[in-house]
Ligand binder design. Structure first.
Ligand SMILES: NC(=O)c1ccc[n+]([C@@H]2O[C@H](COP(=O)([O-])OP(=O)(O)OC[C@H]3O[C@@H](n4cnc5c(N)ncnc54)[C@H](O)[C@@H]3O)[C@@H](O)[C@H]2O)c1
Length: 401
């Protein structure tokens, strides 16, 4: 039995999660993965036809459907209360609900339409977080917001959609800072193209036939040369909920590497045979720099770039390449660097170093181990990415209330 599974190997046994928009698509992928791992999953959705069948799905946990229009504050508030009353706790909130208005120029989009979209895609995340947090603070739980690669790269003919997703990213970082002192972590998952009813309906509305050729073309825009599946996002949420104990305010990319390189893909003998993967341990110093450590930081920046470039070359061989960037981790190296700098590693010093991290502590080696295990096993639509296990030390301006 590992530290994060029960005697039957269930990783989410008796944990209670809320998944908004969990009837179909990505939300359903999250519901299935978390319930199979023993979780009690409440689905807040308005698709009663699917919702009413969910309690009979055979799984190691259970699924509870609550009819809830996620654009209505009162309904969200009542639904969350209902879940808390039924299970007595809430451990995780997955803010997944969202839609896409289809490919339109700003001239074709209306201001009212944008406000409606904002209400569903972003305000719902704020509202559900607001009403779930009193329970999450008690359970030391966590929030996962489903954003999108479009928040970074933009997508043509989707200005209103991209704007809502950028908002979700910023909400994630800001809430992570505020809630760290309450023991609640807040992270996001950014999917690339995932095969869901929404993905198919946007394609169809754009007059595009979703046949094998089209799927092959869209797949080719991703470094992994395929589009993703809802369960792959579910596995990312499970990782963030269970194992990512030194990760907050971060974004986990499940994009098939679609933002890497310049859209051109070119081309380890054993890994190619096993369709294995590489994890490079880099450092948050590669981004932020660290005083009196120029050569160290430079080497770590190199590791990051190597990760991205190799990910592009090796995708066609079935090999994924990712990195983990730790913050301060309590290891012999960390202690020897402190000592060599003439600093005594006593409780006061550890407390001070911890206070530089949003989670208010330094990390442990096993927390990096769990990130590597996730990348090796479950991160099947993730390549060329960097998983931050930094205790959120780079979130905000280093000032904590
Ligand atoms: N599919 C992709 O390629 C993709 C890529 C990036 C991000 N995303 C994001 O992932 C999330 C899920 O997308 P999807 O593709 O699975 O969508 P989907 O349309 O396939 O599923 C959305 C679910 O939300 C429910 N829903 C819609 N409006 C609701 C409302 N007002 N109240 C309650 N429930 C409501 C639907 O009934 C459905 O079950 C969205 O936030 C989307 O922006 C999707």
């Amino acid at each position: 039995m590992s530290a994060t599974s029960d005697s039957h190997g269930l990783r989410f046994k008796d944990k209670v999660a809320i998944v908004t928009g969990g009837c179909c698509g990505i939300g359903r992928g999250c519901v299935d993965v978390m319930a199979e791992q023993g979780g009690k999953i409440a689905v807040l959705d308005l698709n009663d036809k699917v919702g009413n069948t969910l309690s009979s799905v055979s799984t190691s946990g259970e699924i509870f459907y609550v009819h809830c229009d996620m654009t209505k504050e009162e309904e969200i508030k009542n639904a969350i209360k209902q879940v808390a009353e039924k299970y007595g706790q809430i451990d995780c909130l997955v803010n997944n609900v969202g839609t896409h208005p289809g490919s339109k120029t700003i001239d074709e989009l209306t201001v009212e339409g944008f406000k409606d979209l904002l209400n569903l895609n972003l305000v719902s995340n704020f509202t559900a977080s607001k009403y779930a947090l009193p329970y999450l603070r008690k359970s030391k739980g966590n929030i996962v917001n489903i954003t999108s690669i479009s928040a970074h790269s933009g997508t043509g003919l989707a200005s209103s959609y991209c704007a809502t997703k950028g908002g979700c990213l910023s909400l994630t970082k800001a809430l992570a800072i505020d809630e760290a002192k309450n023991g609640v972590r807040v992270n996001s998952v950014s999917p690339g193209c995932i095969d869901t009813p929404l993905f198919r309906s946007v394609e169809k509305a754009g007059g595009r036939e979703i046949d094998e050729e089209r799927l092959k073309y869209i797949g080719s825009l991703h470094t992994l040369n395929r589009i993703g599946q809802p369960r792959e996002i579910g596995k990312a949420c499970l990782f963030l909920a269970v194992d990512a104990t030194f990760t907050t305010g971060e974004e986990l990319m499940c994009t098939g590497g679609c933002e890497l390189g310049s859209g051109v893909k070119y081309a380890l003998p054993y890994l190619r045979k096993s369709k294995g993967n590489i994890v490079n341990i880099t450092s948050t110093s590669a981004h932020s720099g660290t005083g009196l450590a120029s050569s160290y930081c430079a080497t770590k920046g190199g590791c990051l770039s190597l990760t991205k470039a190799l990910a592009i070359d090796e995708a066609k061989n079935g090999v994924r390449v990712n990195s983990v960037s730790p913050g301060c981790i309590d290891t012999p190296l960390f202690r020897s660097v402190e000592k060599a700098g003439g600093r005594e590693i006593d409780e006061e010093r550890l407390k001070y170093l911890g206070s530089l991290h949003t989670l208010n502590r330094i990390g442990q080696p096993r927390e990096i181990g769990k990130a590597c295990l996730f990348l090796a096993v479950d991160a099947t639509f993730t390549t060329g990415e960097e998983l931050m296990c930094t205790g959120g030390c780079e979130v905000g301006y280093g000032v904590k209330q």
